[in-house]
Design a protein. Sequence first.
Length: 488
Amino acid sequence: MRHGVKKIVHFINGEFVPSTRIFEKRSPLTGEVIAEVAEAGRAEVDAAVHAARRALRGPWARLTLAERSDLLFAVADGIMRRFDDFLAAEVADTGKPVSLARRLDIPRGAANFKVFAETVKTAATEFFEMATPDGRGAINYAIRQPVGVVGVICPWNLPLLLMTWKVAPALACGNTVVVKPSEETPQTASLLGEVMNAVGVPPGVYNVVHGFGPDSAGEFLTSHPDVDAITFTGETRTGEVIMKAAAVGARPVSLEMGGKNAAIVFADCDLEAAVEGTLRSCFANCGQVCLGTERVYVERPLFDRFLVALKRGAESLRLGWPEDPETSMGPLISHEHREKVLSYYRKAVALGAEVVTGGGIPEMPGRLAGGSWIEPTLWTGLGDDTPIAREEIFGPCALVMPFDAEEDVIARANDNDYGLATAIWTTNLARAHRMARSIEVGLAWVNEWFLRDLRTPFGGAKRSGIGREGGVHSLEFYTELKNVCIKL
Ligand code: NAD
Ligand code: 6OD
């Protein structure tokens, strides 16, 4: 092992397991190699799936609901006890500011376990009494049972948060899991294995296999015949491939996928709040949030003022080391992803966009020069029919466009294949309700963005997703609902 380079291995049946194949994980901050990660072949994936199957039938199944729920509370507490370790691992993998990961990623990673441990204890099921011809009658009641071994495929933008968003409800419902974290962010998933062991989660309940998608751990897991259900967060194109894999054996899928989200700013909005919220929705996590805004529609009378304020905000973002309290934006996840984002920056210019701010690669000092940094960018001057307005870029950038009428902006916002989220900025209550109903998305915020109550349904419309997760909605996917009919 090279000096200072971590070794990240799989977590299978409660043990940390290496592979002969490894791949390098580079820092988004500097481009330097920070970890050597084990890559799972079919054998490791098979071992993980079998461990999950054994645990499903064995020790995990024998726990009462209350005992299982207590263990998940202990997992949450275990994450909080090792807060600094999780924080360091997440920041190292993603390059995001410590202030962001401290506020969002790690506490949400823990909170997910508590919320779903509580949800399963309080969720009700149906009961129906019925008449029968003989007059004796019958009763029906529904029970929820685990779906089995769940394959969990995760992205890199909010690694611990999005992984536990699936693992927590899956385990709360009595399933066992095999997680395939993104190849870009392997660390926190393995670290969670240490917490699982420390608090006494039985071996095989939580398993992690590292690697890539095609012809690697991702494909081996999703095509494994002994995986009963697959939950995925990532790009829509990948989701389509996973859906095909799940079709073999007719296994259920939950898909949380891409977006091309519109913010809609009316002239009657609270300007300060709208600018602050839109700055967050465009640039938080360096624009790498599925719910993030890449299209900003502003009512024409407010357009110039809003643009000036948004530009000022974008230009006040500070790029730098994650630990620096002044840093408000990190790098993109990798050079490969930066090349994709930059291809859109170039395309925008070629199509005749006016670059309001940004548009390139910033000059970073010292070791940071090797990182995948990019400038926060705003454009005007392009229409809804351009790739800049239609395709998900997943970077810190947005196209700002004027609109004149409510019906017009509804049609334009909806004229897109994606349907994940929107943020509507207005002080007109009737309009807020009308707009929230009219925009074709799974999540509509009014005068806010990314404010989350974990009991609420989360997911995308159109090509942004299939199914809803969150609160009792997660139970729909992670349990098999069985009706029991008893003749009296
Ligand atoms: P991605 O689709 O490239 O990868 C996601 C995961 O799928 C990774 O673990 C990857 O290794 C795996 N994978 C890739 N190909 C596979 C295959 N053929 N079989 C099995 N697994 C495979 O996505 P990403 O680049 O990691 O994440 C960014 C994308 O995720 C964006 O499109 C973003 O909008 C989306 N996203 C959506 C949500 C949501 O809740 N809707 C949340 C976060 C991110
Ligand atoms: O907050 C959540 O539960 C969630 N799934 C957020 C997704 C963010 C996408 O990048």
